[in-house]
Design a protein around this ligand. Structure first.
Ligand SMILES: *Cc1c(COP(=O)(O)O)cnc(C)c1O
Length: 354
């Protein structure tokens, strides 16, 4: 049976990527060797790493603008501390829009003072705070562009003279933005870019080297820049599959095309959430995420029936995160429009049934 995978991450990737990635396990580049058994220093893999780094910058429009792309390990969660390790002298400003922002704040506090400029915790993070001021003496401002758990997304970013740092784990490569506004972007691969195991970091080199503390080699962005993201053994396979996904994005028309399809999917689902009297959306309308749609049943008594319906229709991963409950439909780049139509039809069917 055809599956419709709404998993929040790790998540759906393009079928073409799965095909090519599985072939590379058996025979990579007609070398007679598996990608899993070759040296990360072999020319074949060095070429993969270089292409992945360069495609990441190209798709974001950041080539030749002083940025470096790195594929590191330890997940976005390691970036929570690595950002602060490399960038805080005294204090940093953070916008708290959910679980991931809160975790980033917690880690930054190991390295300096954290000013929480605003938080949406008062309403269980169902909105993005808009009016706040940024301290001009902060070492940087950190925000989370898309809140995977609560289903909110920042549609705009504050103007600041301070370095702008953003956790884009769950919406990187999903929409067009002026990425040159950002000084450091990081994203765990497993939400919209590839398999778990590698984390993309895009950093403007000029913001580095400004802190007085000593930084251990593995925690120092400069180490990884100097070694072309090969200071130690990278996550070879995860980087390879990410590269295939970046190629796929480019071949489909880049971020413009991704944004168009993501918009269509989100419109389709949110329209049904708003129309159908059995459901209600969780996030404030203007802050809704096209990547992760969070919604609940108005009457929990329908849960058993609805859960049975979508599970038997081949839908996977629609359960909400425990901090929101209800449902979360993650509609990353590779999810086709028809999968969203399947869920919308099921919601209509439930309405007719009860
Ligand atoms: C999933 C996620 C993280 C954590 O990523 P790991 O790679 O598991 O450390 C951080 N931030 C956001 C926005 C996420 O969606």
């Amino acid at each position: 049976m055809k599956k419709h995978n709404f998993s929040a991450g790790p998540c759906i990737l393009p079928q073409e990527v799965f095909q090519e990635a599985s072939q590379a396990i058996l025979d990579f580049n007609n070398s007679g060797l598996s990608i899993l058994e070759i040296s990360h220093r072999s020319p074949d893999f060095v070429a993969v790493m270089e292409e992945a780094r360069s495609l990441a910058l190209e798709l974001l429009g950041l080539q030749n603008k002083g940025y470096k792309a790195l594929f590191l390990q330890g997940g976005a969660s390691t970036q929570f501390l690595m950002v602060a390790y490399n960038l805080i002298n005294k204090k940093a400003a953070y916008l708290n829009t959910g679980t991931w922002s809160s975790k980033a704040i917690k880690e930054a506090k190991f390295f300096g003072d954290v000013i929480e400029v605003a938080s949406s915790k008062d309403k269980n993070f169902n909105y993005i705070p808009k009016s706040y001021s940024l301290p001009e003496d902060a070492d940087y401002f950190h925000c989370t562009s898309n809140n995977t758990i609560f289903g909110t997304q920042m549609k705009s970013f504050p103007a600041t003279s301070r370095p702008l740092v953003c956790d884009m784990s769950s919406d990187i490569f999903s929409r067009e933005l002026d990425f040159s506004k950002f000084d450091l972007i990081y994203a765990g691969a497993q939400k919209n870019m590839g398999p778990a195991g590698t984390t993309l970091v895009i950093v403007k080199e000029e913001i580095l080297g400004k802190v007085s503390r000593e930084i251990p080699s593995m925690m120092n962005y400069q180490t990884h820049i100097d070694k072309d993201s090969m200071f130690n053994t990278p996550a070879v396979y995860a980087v390879y599959v990410s590269m295939l996904t970046l190629r796929w994005i480019k071949s489909k028309g880049g971020l413009k095309a991704m944004e168009k399809l993501n918009h269509q999917k989100a419109e389709l689902l949110y329209a049904e959430i708003d129309r159908n009297p059995l459901f209600k959306g969780f996030a404030e309308k203007e802050d809704r995420s096209p990547m992760n749609a969070t919604f609940n049943l108005v009457n929990e008594a329908h849960k058993e029936v609805f859960d049975k319906m979508w599970k038997s229709a081949g839908v996977n991963g629609l359960n909400g995160h425990r901090s929101v409950g209800g449902y979360r439909a993650s509609m990353y780049n590779a999810l086709p429009l028809e999968s969203v139509q399947v869920v919308v039809d099921l919601m209509k069917e439930l309405e007719e049934k009860v």
